[in-house]
Design a protein around this ligand. Structure first.
Ligand SMILES: C[S@@+](CC[C@H](N)C(=O)[O-])C[C@H]1O[C@@H](n2cnc3c(N)ncnc32)[C@H](O)[C@@H]1O
Length: 275
């Protein structure tokens, strides 16, 4: 196993709960599904292939990929959150399995056992990228493809700016986060360099915009919490979290337009080949 030192501000896997996992299924999975479908298209996944979906969440995308690879192919989805893997498991079938797992520790997977590895909305949760990328390289066959779609460094959508402004006010400001953001993002150049130094040949690395419509303030707040598996407000003492939710909801209400709350996120998308 690749040893990683604890990283200040690294996301906690202990803040997830049933309601967040179900919310993920209802809202967030939809938010990430479209970019995920594009990533699957970019990877040109074919019938009969073996695919590893790292950070599969509740398995919505993995289920679609299993239909693409068909009965002679295989999809394995791994995620460190037991409740999300619990929901994903209801989708399992002959060519689709789910397991608890971490991108930092792929030791139990055999060398060169996959045709493609993909991470949709996951890489920005990994404080260390090099260790996981070397792991993806090891489990891919020669010429296998890696597909990554991840939040772009420096992109702070209005919803996030609004929530951060609330958290900078009393009484929440007495409990600052160790870092301003909760994710560990890269830009296109950084991702390209990381891929090249870990044995991949990038086919392309580009930035794409993904607009999404939240029905209202409550949906937007639930998206924020579910998608971050509780980390968005997780630094606050539990007794302050409801108060913070109410304040964030109030501020989000000011962002509602005729189409609800439209939030456009920017992602770095990369497809690379294992050398
Ligand atoms: C925004 S969700 C994306 C889920 C899924 N890929 C999708 O497209 O719906 C981010 C996922 O990354 C997972 N994740 C976070 N850290 C991880 C790690 N170290 N290894 C693997 N997955 C991780 C989380 O558990 C969460 O399910």
């Amino acid at each position: 196993m690749i040893q990683t030192r604890p990283v200040v501000g690294a996301p906690s896997f202990a803040l997830d709960n049933t309601s967040l996992a179900l919310d993920y299924e209802r809202i967030s999975a939809l938010r990430h599904l479209e970019p995920g479908r594009q990533l699957v298209g970019d990877l040109a996944i074919r019938r009969g292939e073996r695919i590893l979906d790292v950070g599969c969440g509740t398995g919505t995308l993995a289920e679609e990929i299993a239909a693409t690879v068909g009965p002679d192919g295989f999809v394995l989805g791994i995620d460190p959150l037991p409740l999300r893997i619990g929901l994903a498991t209801s989708r399992a079938r002959d060519n689709l399995s789910f397991e608890l797992g971490d991108a930092n520790d792929l030791d139990r997977l055999a060398d060169r056992s996959f045709d493609a590895v993909m991470l949709n909305a996951v890489l920005h949760w990994l404080p260390d990228k090099t260790g996981p990328l070397l792991g993806f390289w090891r489990v891919l066959r020669y010429g296998g493809r890696l597909g990554i779609s991840t939040a772009l460094k420096g992109d702070v959508p209005e919803l996030v700016r609004t929530a951060r402004a609330v958290l900078a006010e009393p009484p929440f400001d007495e409990h600052p986060r160790p870092r301003e953001g909760i994710t560990f993002r890269v830009d296109a150049e950084e991702l390209r360099a990381l891929l090249q130094t870990t044995g991949f040949q990038p086919r392309f690395v580009e930035v794409r915009e993904h607009p999404f419509r939240h029905a209202g303030p409550e949906d937007a707040l639930r998206f924020m919490e579910a998608s971050s598996f509780g980390n968005a407000l997780g630094h606050l003492p539990p007794e302050l979290r409801d108060q913070a939710r109410a304040r964030v909801r109030e501020k989000f209400a000011a962002l509602v337009g005729p189409d609800g709350i439209v939030s456009t996120g920017r992602r770095v998308v990369a497809i690379a080949e294992r050398r």
